[in-house]
Design a protein around this ligand. Structure first.
Ligand code: ATP
Ligand code: MG
Length: 557
């Protein structure tokens, strides 16, 4: 029995994946509001329930119950209302992992406002672009010279911004958050009628990672948090009152996946570590010190943790390790299992929705596979004509049946881009343009983004398979496999490789890596070109930008 979950899901326990797939259901009320219906409800029925355990690199540590958050968010909602923020107003937050993020996100949800969570690395141009395109009325930023400086420089070009709030400090021209809410009432009535929200109103605008081009502004409605029941309860396997950690900054959709919505609906406690920068050993230490029970980090973080002595840490409190955002090489999950005794459960999805495919609890993880479809989204692998592909053949991952029942949690459009919205979700199905195949047991395997699949000499080569083969070699920490121009063949497979500590580039190593790939995959897939580099080009969120490597090599998409 879980008080909140049971309100929205008629059944929460299942005997098998098949039972789950057939029978899982979410009922979306007309007017769901995460602030009142989840945070305040927990505070009402279990006042002392822990919601958030927060720490940073400067001895900061705080624990918040749902009552604390209910009250603080009420104070913030009252203060924001006095600044003219109400239903439909847009507020941008650049708060890293400061605890105030949760307070503000809940307060703004209660007000019916729309939030744009944004990343720390935005430039003044990015800020002005977002402010103007969404008519941002208020900025809430962490006290950081770069963030505040860029915001200040964006102001002359961003006339819609009326107020600037600063968190964790003071700065001329900014209102300190603590001062703003001090003295405000910790009660706040749920707005009704015209001022209240429906589940269809826009709650959230996230920007995509920008792996393939300009970041897209993805709109989610107030029902969105309910879609993350699947993400949190059935993929991350969070447990009521136990600590869950997902490593991500508040500026990304992954934060919505792992650090707020589904976790709190399921009654779990969120663990947040506001790190200055990612240091693998410090992260391992936190898992041990706080006895986390569920943990999620992007594949690249696992790869870097594996460069350290993982066995020196006691990670036995964690019963579920998870990852998403990029493909997870089988080698990484096998190495992790050797050291911790547990496999990593992969999830697949996008900023545009909740988890779509995952290694759900009843499924034995199969290294290299993303798992099986979520029951929520009617996922199919389709060919170019919209027909389902047979098992073993590559198809595009699609969310189907949109006209019959629009799945809760799936985005409702790209902000102010009707054409792109119509193209994406205006028809029968939403095509993610991510390619995958399914084995005869129903496990799905990632091939690559459609644009990243290498077409050469009549073959289609998925970069992920070649990258996974390379990463099995002890010399390789990370690599990106792309198409490179070739005067005779037109295009060839190229690997850009980051070497592990103690390895040096050499012609012999190139040969060795090529032979290794020839042995582990079909020989025609081996990289004819191997280039060594200290760092792969990545998005600010840490995703490999294969397109940039291609463009630098003179390949046009
Ligand atoms: P943009 O849309 O701006 O190019 P992006 O697609 O990288 O950026 P996100 O929404 O952060 O932005 O990422 C979603 C994409 O990440 C998916 O479409 C898929 O390509 C990739 N992805 C996510 N999870 C996995 C996974 N488990 N395995 C393989 N790829 C994944
Ligand atoms: Mg995308």
């Amino acid at each position: 029995m879980n008080y909140i979950l049971n309100k929205y899901c008629p059944r929460i326990d299942f005997d098998s994946y098949e039972d789950f797939y057939e029978n899982f259901q979410i009922n979306v009320p007309e007017a769901f509001n995460f602030g009142f219906d989840v945070v305040d409800e927990w505070a009402r029925v279990e006042p002392e329930k822990r919601a958030l355990v927060w720490c940073d690199d400067h001895d900061g540590e705080r624990t918040f119950t749902f009552t604390d958050l209910s009250r603080l968010s009420n104070q913030a909602a009252n203060a924001f209302r006095k600044l003219g923020i109400g239903k439909g107003d847009v507020v941008m937050m650049i708060l890293r992992r400061r605890w105030e993020y949760w307070v503000c996100a809940v307060a703004l949800c209660k007000l019916g406002a729309t939030i744009i969570p944004a990343s720390l690395q935005l430039t003044k141009k990015d800020i002005a672009y977002r402010a103007n395109s969404a008519q941002v009325k208020m900025m809430v930023c962490v006290n950081d010279d770069y963030v505040c400086g860029q915001t200040e420089e964006a102001l002359p070009e961003s006339p819609s911004i009326e107020n600037r709030i600063i968190v964790a400090g003071e700065r001329a021209g900014w209102t300190p958050f603590d001062e703003l809410i001090a003295g405000e009432s910790d009660e706040f009535e749920r707005p009704t009628g015209e001022a209240g929200v429906t589940s269809k109103d826009i709650m959230l605008i996230y920007f995509t990672s920008g792996t393939t081009g300009m970041a897209k502004a993805v709109c989610h409605n107030f029902a969105h948090p309910l879609g993350h029941i699947i993400t949190a309860k059935y993929w991350l396997q969070v447990e009521e009152n136990m600590l869950h950690m997902s490593v991500t900054d508040s500026g990304w959709a992954k934060f919505g996946w792992g650090k707020i919505y589904g976790q709190w609906i399921a009654g779990a406690t969120i663990f947040a570590y506001d790190m200055d920068k990612f240091v693998p050993t410090k992260l391992l230490q936190k898992i041990q010190d706080y006895q986390l029970t569920t943990f999620c980090a992007p594949p690249t973080m696992y790869r870097f943790m594996l460069q350290e002595d993982v066995s020196a840490y006691d990670l036995s409190s964690v019963h579920n390790f998870a990852t998403a955002g990029e493909p997870l090489n089988a080698e990484v999950t096998l190495a992790w299992e050797r050291l911790t005794g547990k496999k990593i459960r992969e999830g697949f999805g996008q900023t545009e929705g909740p988890v779509l495919l995952a290694t759900f609890p009843w499924i034995e993880p199969r290294p290299g596979s993303m798992g099986k479809p979520s029951p929520l989204l009617n996922i199919k692998l389709l060919d170019d004509d919209g027909q389902e592909v047979p098992d073993g053949e590559e198809g595009a991952i699609c969310v189907t049946g949109l006209k019959e029942a629009y799945p809760p949690g799936l985005f409702v459009g790209y902000y102010q881009d009707e054409e792109r919205t119509r193209e994406a979700v205006g028809g029968e199905y939403y095509n993610l343009h991510d390619m995958a195949w399914r084995d005869s047991d129903g496990y799905c395997f990632f091939v690559g983004r459609n644009d990243d699949v290498i077409k050469c000499s009549g073959y289609r080569i998925g970069p992920f398979e070649v990258e996974s083969a390379l990463i099995e070699h002890p010399a390789v920490v990370e690599c990106a496999v792309t198409a490179a121009p070739d005067p005779i063949r037109g295009k060839v497979v190229k690997a850009t490789v980051v070497l592990a500590k103690g390895w040096e580039p050499s012609d012999e190593l190139v040969k060795e890596l090529q032979n290794h790939v020839k042995k582990t995959t079909a020989p025609y897939k081996y990289p004819r070109v191997v280039e060594f580099t200290d760092e792969l080009p990545k998005t600010i969120g840490g995703k490999i930008k294969r397109k940039l490597i291609r463009t630098n090599d003179g390949i046009k998409d």
